[in-house]
Design a protein around this ligand. Structure first.
Ligand code: NAD
Length: 473
């Protein structure tokens, strides 16, 4: 079992919790449940490490590059852990680990220049971006490695130190990369603790944290934000989504169906910015349902270690119970399962890829974030009405438009209330592009220079070159 990393060394506990393999439904190992003392030690170590870490930018860049290489060198082992703890198939796990290495390398190379606003005989005025201090970071179970490095790479690059906690459902890959990076980063720069929501609450409220960076549900994000507000901690909150895809009346259904399907069923539907509801023009409705159902029916569900498997199990028991419950409620209310609809009768958390038709807004499967392999298809008559319905939600993470005419698609995409709107694709993200949610989907963005600025605070340095004393300039 990998251990926690506190001040550059391994930290075990007397209390451990089970980690379940979703492909079997059985515990296969345990992970440490951090004590309050350990969380305090981790924050103290981060605070002690901060002055030296922030002082030398070139050293930080070099360390991030070394960290990137170390993650890459251990990518197979990390992917294997991900498969075992989350049920991801090899391609989904293999997609995630390079994110870590890539984000570290990207931020190592990104500049954080001072801006000179004025430089004349009266004054020199500069704007400096200084690190915030110690950052508390909390991550979910659906992309434990990738989402952690959306935070670690920019935070460390900007000169902050960190205490990070993964989800109790998938702690092992995070604990393991903490061990790998122990040999590279100075003690205290990156501390990893594990445990349940209680440990997350300690992090969000810790007096030594000057910022909390959280990815997870809207409900937990609200709690983190309220706690962080008490001593004005800065926050970045990356929360849930209920992304709509609108098909325009000119769309070639056969052409878009596979891309549409995988934009909803990537990682078994367990990612924040995936298509979670489809609005189709009424005259194409049955074609769309039929085409998506055909892809669903032909998708191989099974053991995630089998190379022919396209979708493995869902990652957690509560998640499969929730998704099956949403589908059951929809079907008992008159909706139809055009494909799938049921939990698969075998050990582990397997569900049939499910396409639900004859369903309308107002049904929980449409209005809420299902975060699983069940996609509702809703008919519309007027495009304006479809746009209004897509926007009629507190979520605002992503949205997409599918059309034969990208110019028209872009026009519709701009009318959608979402942090990212795509045309003829969905969930395409990269290190250079800001990603964040509107409305209840979050506060602030990750990635790109904006994701780096989020781990800094502005300081103005004003050098008066005139008569010492009050200056009008
Ligand atoms: P979750 O909110 O239940 O848990 C996320 C993390 O927060 C876990 O580590 C958990 O232990 C901790 N936590 C829970 N309650 C807390 C509290 N009150 N204070 C502090 N920490 C707390 O979410 P989850 O089920 O692990 O993940 C799924 C959710 O994450 C979905 O809603 C999904 O949309 C969202 N998500 C968002 C993004 C994004 O970038 N916007 C990315 C991935 C997932």
């Amino acid at each position: 079992m990998p251990s926690q990393t506190i001040n550059g060394t391994g930290a075990h506990t007397f209390v451990e919790f089970d980690v379940v393999n979703p492909a079997t439904g059985a515990p296969f190992t345990t992970a440490p449940e951090a004590t309050r003392d350990q969380v305090d030690q981790a924050f103290q170590a981060a605070a002690n490490a901060f002055p030296a870490w922030r002082a030398d930018e070139e050293f930080r860049r070099a360390k991030l590059m070394e960290a990137s290489a170390a993650i890459e060198a251990n990518s197979q082992e990390l992917a294997q852990i991900l498969i075992e703890e989350s049920g991801k198939t090899a391609p989904f796990a293999g997609f995630e680990v390079p994110v870590a290495a890539g984000w570290l390398a990207y931020y190592a190379s990104l500049d954080l220049p001072r801006e000179v606003l004025r430089d004349d005989e009266i004054a020199r005025v500069e704007v400096i971006r200084r690190p915030v201090g110690v950052v508390g970071a909390i991550t979910p179970w659906n992309m434990p490695i990738g989402l952690a490095f959306f935070k670690i790479a920019p935070a460390l690059r900007a000169g902050n130190t960190m205490v990070l906690k993964p989800s109790p459902f998938t702690p092992l890959s995070t604990l393991r990369f903490g061990e790998i990076l122990r040999d590279i980063l100075p003690p205290g720069v990156l501390n990893i603790v594990s445990g349940g929501d209680r440990v997350g609450r300690w992090i969000a409220g810790h007096p030594l944290a000057r910022k909390v960076s959280f990815t997870g549900s809207v409900e937990a994000g609200r709690s983190v934000n309220a706690t962080a507000a008490l001593d004005f901690k800065r926050t970045t909150l990356e929360l849930g989504g209920n992304d709509a895809a609108i098909l325009l009346d000119d769309v070639d259904v056969a052409e878009v169906a596979p891309g549409l399907f995988w934009s909803a069923f990537f990682n078994n539907g367990q990612a924040c910015a995936l298509i979670k509801r489809v609005y189709a023009p009424r005259h194409l409705y049955s074609d769309v349902v039929e085409a998506l159902a055909a892809v669903a029916d032909s998708t191989a569900v099974g053991d995630p270690t089998d190379t022919t498997t396209q979708l493995g199990p869902l990652s957690t028991l509560p998640q499969i119970e929730r998704v099956v419950g949403l589908v059951d409620t929809a079907v008992s209310g008159g909706a139809k399962a055009a494909a799938g609809g049921r939990r698969i009768d075998r050990p582990g958390y397997f569900m049939e890829p499910t396409i639900i038709s004859e369903i309308a807004d107002g049904t929980p499967l449409v209005d809420e974030e299902q975060f699983g392999p069940a996609l509702p298809i809703i008919a519309y008559d007027e495009l304006d009405d479809a746009v209004a319905r897509a926007n009629q939600t507190n979520f605002g993470l992503g949205a997409s438009v599918w059309t034969a005419d990208p110019t028209r698609g872009a026009h519709v995409a701009e009318a959608l209330d979402a942090g990212t709107t795509w045309v003829n694709t969905h969930a395409s993200l990269g290190p250079t592009t800001p990603f964040g949610g509107l409305k209840h989907s979050g506060l602030g963005v990750e990635n790109g220079p904006w994701g780096l600025y989020a781990y800094t605070e502005l300081q103005v340095l004003h050098l008066n070159r005139g008569t010492p004393g009050p200056s009008a300039g």
